[in-house]
Ligand binder design. Structure first.
Ligand code: ZN
Length: 565
């Protein structure tokens, strides 16, 4: 008997030892699980289209299910990967999505972020006052009462009860509010927000100094916001609520109703909340969506791939690789080469020139499309091999002579640097380059580089004369800042000028500094059967320039909208 009792005691003791740590482990909130409470009206609910790329998420970003959602197998009060929609009642993307995504992308890897979100569209801040919401609902529209009823008739209490569950696993670090449209002229709004905030602090046993509240503005006056007057009231919130911060809505795109933000507006807005929250935590925003472009890591393969040289028309020849365009213009007095490319390309260009029956050493003039390494890194080598005179547009000269070190964007990118090359003749807009009866015009088409040059020349073929245009580059490269660019203040105006120039040029033969500008490979494939007319393509030129102009305007608008106020 004694023995059995002892045994039982021992078993119980071991069970206790086993159970206690497990239980305490479950109960202890993880200080590295940061929780944000999110509430407000329709712009907190969100609703923009969810993009394909948003259907996956870093599992460090979690959302607490606000309802049992059978089709997603979600149980109310449990944590899930924050794949949108984040709440049962809304179907789209919200500012909380981009908030959480950018937070986990910017925070150390050991920190996770969880959100608890409740939004009730069309309702006043009074709905969240636990002492006043009944009075408010008694006079509110039926549809609002119905939504409130889905949250057991008391959205504040619903939020608090979810928050209490959340506190078992993590630590509440902040509150995101988006509300105000329904109180657009209410001078007491700040006081009412403070009441809700104070209640939350009390009911959740939080310290006001460690839980900031971030309140976003409604659709801005600069977008014609229907309730923009609310922003004058929202701006003053920190005067009443000390640990609160106002998130600007300046420039954020809105729907036609001028009340709700577009999906992209929500994405940008969420990032602005993130930026503020991170700065309060002592971190900086990092956007994992903008890593270094691959061409700054290694040369694209097609730049180095040989391509059969061919005659375009008259005395104009293609001597480039598959990805980098070089042009040879032959004359009785020697030849002109456009672009020297990378050092690795020089033997290829030389072989192409010789394959066409010309001498590389007869090149008298070297020109470039613009001062980027893929068009000019080997200029010093080509000069030394041929003795050619190097002629460069004024605004690109300093950069070319510094070996790319003064480039406004790539000056400290190792891959973009090259041997500094002395320029023999400085060209100005519309200057002529003449050799053996051929005349080329240097058209300044700036933006992509400050001295980006579009070359034009007349080419004779079968008794007719054609205008050939070799576009310098109309591209806005990834990372280019079109606004507040200290290294290139007038970049946006320069792009405008470039498009004006390109649209003004007479064009028969459409060419460019990369073959893909003008569909080089497809045209080359048709060349042997259809002859040189495959390059006569005014329509293709117009389409290309128009599409590039649209891209530029889109990017400019995007950057304008993303500007912090
Ligand atoms: Zn370039």
């Amino acid at each position: 008997m004694e023995v059995i009792l002892k045994k039982t005691k021992t078993i119980l003791f071991f069970l206790a030892v086993l159970l206690i740590p497990a239980a305490s482990l479950l109960a202890a909130p993880d200080p590295n699980f940061h929780i944000y409470l999110c509430f407000g009206q329709s712009n907190m609910e969100g609703g923009g289209k969810i993009e394909e790329t948003e259907k996956t998420v870093d599992s460090r970003f979690q959302v607490m299910a606000d309802f049992d959602v059978h089709e997603r197998n979600w149980k109310k009060g449990e944590w899930y990967d924050a794949i949108p929609p984040l709440t049962q009642r809304t179907k789209g993307i919200s500012l909380v999505d981009s908030f959480g995504r950018t937070m986990v992308a910017s925070l150390p890897k050991n920190i996770r972020v969880g959100v608890v979100k409740v939004g009730v569209s069309g309702t006043k801040i009074e709905l969240w006052d636990k002492d006043g919401f009944r009075e408010y609902l008694a006079t509110a529209d039926d549809w609002k009462v119905q939504i409130a009823n889905e949250y057991d008739g008391n959205p504040y209490e619903y939020l608090v009860s979810l928050a209490k569950i959340a506190q078992k696993s993590g630590v509440i670090k902040g509150i995101l509010l988006h509300q105000g449209e329904s109180n657009a002229t209410d001078k007491d709004w700040s006081k009412k927000v403070k009441k809700v905030y104070d209640d939350l602090m009390k009911d959740l046993n939080l310290k006001a100094e460690s839980v900031p509240l971030l309140a976003g503005e409604v659709v801005n006056a600069d977008q014609g916001g229907e309730k923009a007057s609310a922003n004058e009231i929202i701006k003053k919130l920190p005067e009443t609520l000390p640990n609160s911060y106002v998130i600007s809505s300046a420039g954020l795109p809105s729907n036609a109703d001028k009340l709700h933000f577009t999906a992209d507006g929500y994405r940008q807005f969420g990032k602005r909340y993130t930026e503020k929250m991170l700065s309060l935590l002592g971190y900086k925003i990092s956007d994992s969506k903008s890593p270094k472009p691959s061409f700054l890591v290694s040369h694209p393969q097609e730049w180095l791939e040989p391509f059969e040289p061919f005659k375009i028309a008259g005395n104009l020849y293609y001597v480039g690789t598959r990805g980098l365009a070089n042009y040879l213009i032959t004359t009785p007095k020697g030849h002109i080469l456009i672009n020297s490319d990378l050092e690795e390309n020089v033997p290829q260009i030389k072989a192409s020139v010789e394959k066409l029956g010309f001498k590389f050493s007869d090149i008298k003039i070297l020109l470039i499309s613009h001062g980027h390494w893929d068009h000019n890194a080997a200029s010093d080598t080509v000069k030394k091999l041929t003795g050619a005179k190097y002629m460069v547009m004024d605004a690109d000269v300093a950069n070319v002579e510094s070996g790319g070190r003064t480039d406004f964007e790539y000056g400290s990118e190792p891959i973009a640097l090259y041997k500094p090359t002395k320029v023999d003749r400085v060209l100005h807009d519309r200057d002529k380059v003449k050799l053996g009866g051929t005349v080329l015009t240097a058209n300044l088409t700036p933006g992509h580089t400050k001295g980006c040059t579009t070359w034009t020349l007349k080419v004779k073929e079968a008794g007719k004369t054609y205008n050939a245009v070799i576009i310098g580059s109309p591209n806005v490269n990834p990372g280019y800042r079109l606004i507040n660019n200290e290294s290139y203040p007038n970049i946006a105006e320069d792009y405008e000028k470039m498009f004006r120039v390109l649209k003004s040029l007479p064009v028969d033969i459409f060419l460019g500094s990369h073959g893909n500008y003008f569909g080089m490979e497809a045209k080359y494939a048709r060349l042997s059967r259809e002859g040189f007319s495959v390059f006569i393509d005014r329509e293709g030129y117009n389409q290309y320039v128009t599409s590039k102009e649209i891209e530029f305007r889109k990017e400019l608008a995007r950057q304008k909208a993303a500007l912090p106020k």
